[in-house]
Design a protein around this ligand. Structure first.
Ligand SMILES: Cc1cc2nc3c(=O)[nH]c(=O)nc-3n(C[C@H](O)[C@H](O)[C@H](O)COP(=O)(O)OP(=O)(O)OC[C@H]3O[C@@H](n4cnc5c(N)ncnc54)[C@H](O)[C@@H]3O)c2cc1C
Length: 527
């Protein structure tokens, strides 16, 4: 028996699936690592919770940052990344990101990614806290969809890759600090399956859905962080959550992101009285770091007793707006807003986690044969605050590194079959997973969001303590497993936010508003 498992099963009763590598997640990090590993000869199984289209990657708009222009350099990109990271970036990780980034972007272009060009040169835009135009984009504002399209096509055509959609990874099969494979629930077949492998690559993305309002799709419930932590992996920087300042806030409309690139092209933020306010908060105005813009917006919302501020593009050239932001234009129009004529009501929403499963520069975790890359992982490249458009690049660079690090591993003998079983008591039939998830999300938004304080965080943790009994019972189904993951990752965020008695980057404490040198360190947790 292993005590980290949340569903009842016995591998002796399950069919034995084998693969050299199991990759959990089909976003940029997972698919890129899978493709490179497959091309180096490994047989790879990629498992994904819903369809291959359901990922944060697919939703990315603004673009991907890399020093590709003669006027730019990796050193400038390095400097901007460190500044945004508010003292907590791992310098070596950043150095790797900015120096290896351009090569990985070219690899992605070789696979078929079509970025926008202008006058025969890559079209580059600017985003918050970048000191120059360095963001490549595709189809105007649909960069992620273009990247996901290419990766999907390549992965589906690759003979060494098996793609399993609607396979929900429930737990990592870990014994004696070694990862032997994965327990997954096949939603089409309606059954649990055990997968054995030489290595597991965790690339399950982020946890925006822990909050009531998020830019992330439904799949982003922190599953990877939760299953790794349960199995004994270290997690780092969990208190640092990035909230995106400008997310569509219209009754009845989805929380659709209005990319930072819109402000990069000159859009202005106005309060309910129509005044431009960002100049009162930061010298970079609308292009200040995201956490600064988020707090400025929240302050203006409080001052005007409103639930949003406005993003104004009306002074920009119509042709530029339509060419650069066709997706945003189309989506807003569906909800009755013409962004060339109307201001856009926006408010902050949960967007990205800087922390995650701790890895070294090769994606290795503290568990043997378990690797992690992309948003689920944390090697310190984003510090306390991610520089805009650095996360797609992070997925490419560190996903690519895992594939190269593990080259040849598949030639070694497959480890012998190890059996796993779990037998937990049932939670009973009357646990309402949907209601509890909703309450938890509201709790997290109220107390562990962009503004935090001791009383609020303690209240959130108290609510989680009241649900502790769920942690010693079996999850009945996927909703139950997701709730367990939400509860655990919410607790990791709230606990670390309570520990860090200062404000820095994406973590702001009303009761400790200053940054303190004594906190120039990471919080690392392990079960
Ligand atoms: C609206 C939006 C706009 C953004 N814009 C930008 C941008 O312009 N530039 C930029 O650099 N970044 C941007 N980001 C952030 C960036 O998109 C993500 O950080 C990045 O795509 C993460 O890639 P990933 O491969 O780590 O995870 P994802 O792309 O989120 O993929 C995770 C995968 O894991 C799967 N998964 C999750 N749990 C399980 C489970 N239990 N079992 C099996 N599979 C599972 C998911 O289904 C998914 O396939 C944006 C994010 C959002 C939401």
């Amino acid at each position: 028996m292993a005590n980290h498992l949340i569903m009842n099963f016995n591998t002796r009763e399950l069919a034995d699936h084998q693969s050299d590598f199991i990759v959990l997640g089909s976003g940029i990090a997972g698919f890129f690592a899978a493709l490179l590993a497959a091309r180096l000869g490994a047989a790879v199984t990629v498992m994904t919770k819903q369809s291959i289209q359901d990922s944060n990657t697919d939703k990315a708009q603004g673009g991907i940052a890399a020093a590709m222009d003669a006027a730019d350099s990796p050193d400038l990109h390095y400097r901007d990344t460190l500044l945004a990271g508010a003292g907590l970036c791992d310098r070596e990780a950043v150095r790797i990101l900015v120096h290896e980034g351009p090569r990985r972007v070219l690899q992605l272009m070789d696979m078929g990614a079509r970025f926008d060009f202008e006058g025969g040169r890559l079209a580059l835009t600017r985003e918050g806290a970048h000191s120059c135009r360095r963001i490549m984009h595709a189809c105007g504002d649909a960069t992620g969809a273009e990247i996901q399209r290419v990766l999907n096509e390549q992965a589906l055509a690759e003979k060494n890759i098996e793609v399993l959609e609607r396979h929900f990874a429930v737990d990592l099969l870990v014994r004696d600090n070694t990862c032997h494979g994965v327990l997954a629930y096949d939603q089409r077949g309606g059954c649990l399956k055990a997968f054995r492998s030489r290595a597991v690559i965790l690339s399950t993305g982020g946890l925006g859905q822990l909050y009531e309002h998020s830019t992330n799709p439904d799949v982003a419930t922190g599953d990877g962080i939760a299953m790794a932590y349960r199995a004994g992996a270290e997690v780092m920087d969990m208190e640092f959550i990035q909230f995106h300042p400008t997310v569509l806030n219209l009754p009845g409309a989805p929380r659709f992101l209005i990319s930072e690139a819109v402000r990069g092209e000159g859009a202005i933020l106005r309060n309910r009285s129509g005044e431009r306010f960002m100049l009162n908060y930061h010298e970079m105005a609308e292009l200040a770091p995201r956490d600064v813009v988020v707090r400025a917006i929240l302050a203006e919302m409080r001052r005007h007793a409103g639930s949003n501020v406005y993003l104004d593009l009306r002074h920009l050239d119509d042709e530029l707006v339509l060419r650069r932001f066709p997706n945003i234009h189309r989506t807003c129009l569906k909800h009755g807003l013409d962004i060339t004529r109307d201001t856009i009501p926006v408010a902050p929403a949960a967007h990205y986690i800087m922390g995650g499963v701790k890895t070294n520069y090769f994606g290795e975790t503290n568990i043997d044969r378990l690797y992690a890359c992309g948003e689920v992982a944390c090697q310190g490249v984003h510090g306390a605050n991610r520089l805009a458009s650095n996360s797609l690049l992070d997925g490419l660079v560190f996903g690519g590194r895992i594939a190269e690090r593990t080259a040849g591993l598949w030639r070694e003998e497959m480890p012998p079959r190890t059996e796993f079983a779990s037998e937990l008591p049932s939670p009973g039939d009357n646990v309402d997973y949907a209601r509890i998830s909703g309450e938890l999300r509201r709790m997290m938004s109220a107390h562990a969001g962009p503004l935090r304080c001791r009383e609020g965080l303690e209240a959130a943790l108290g609510y989680m303590d009241d649900l502790a009994h769920l942690e010693s019972t079996a999850a009945r189904n996927i909703q139950g497993a997701e709730l367990r993951n939400r509860l655990l990752t919410s607790r990791l965020v709230a606990e670390t936010a309570l520990m860090r008695t200062e404000s820095r980057g994406g973590h702001f404490r009303d009761d400790y508003p200053r940054t303190r040198n004594s906190w120039l360190k990471h919080i690392i947790l392990r079960k």
